[in-house]
Write a protein that binds this ligand. Sequence first.
Ligand SMILES: Nc1ncnc2c1ncn2[C@@H]1O[C@H](COP(=O)(O)OP(=O)(O)OP(=O)(O)O)[C@@H](O)[C@H]1O
Ligand SMILES: [Mg+2]
Length: 251
Amino acid sequence: MNVKPDFTRDANQAATAPAYFSVHDIHAYYGESYIVQGVSFNVHEGEILALLGRNGAGKTSTLRTCARLGNPELQRGEIWLDHKPLHKMKAHEASQAGLGLVPEDRRIIAGLTVEENLKLAQIAPPVGWSLERLYELFPRLGERRKQEGITLSGGEQQMLAIARALARDVKLLLLDEPYEGLAPVIVDEIEKTLHEIRKLGMTTIIVEQNAVRALEISDRAIILDTGGVVFDGTAAEVLSNAELRAEYLAI
Ligand SMILES: Nc1ncnc2c1ncn2[C@@H]1O[C@H](COP(=O)(O)OP(=O)(O)OP(=O)(O)O)[C@@H](O)[C@H]1O
Ligand SMILES: [Mg+2]
């Protein structure tokens, strides 16, 4: 049995319910390069967390470490998702445990239609989302179900990448720059979808250069700088703190 430690207890706080997703003092390396330097944070079930910071701060590396991709390699620390020790797992096990990373390049599979991309991701019903439910959430994908996935627009490809994670029955969605290169109206559409899946209980971590847009839908925010956490608080605190924004987010 895996007994999850209570990382949510700190000096100023009585013990609270253990967080749904806990990252505790993780250290990770690309070869000799020490990149993730003792990152800790919690995400509660159903929450949206913005993971922010300048270029090269270590956001992607932190997500990749959590997904156990092996590169960067986790040397020390613990990662718990719903009482499951991801730090002891390989990437496919972390994925089975419910972690779904949607990488920046979206990884749509060439030669397959939208529907084939989704079917490939689907695990046996009734566990993952049905195609009907996915098309209800993303009507654009329904309209284009027979179109080859890689011929979709950037925004539609982002929707397909998120839909694919839902088809796999993801519990924790990690989005690396989902708004990159997208027009504001498409960002609106994706934001609306993230709200909808949040209402259904999804827990989400969003990494974004577009910090203001990410903060708008987030409950809390973490700011990283040179591989460590320099701020952990509410999204509203970041939006109202000009100094913090200027120093770490250039906004
Ligand atoms: N495969 C790699 N090998 C060695 N160093 C790497 C590798 N990938 C990233 N790094 C380094 O790790 C640091 C953090 O990179 P990371 O991609 O995690 O930053 P980021 O916060 O996601 O930045 P951006 O906002 O530009 O996406 C950078 O200094 C980067 O050069
Ligand atoms: Mg990145």
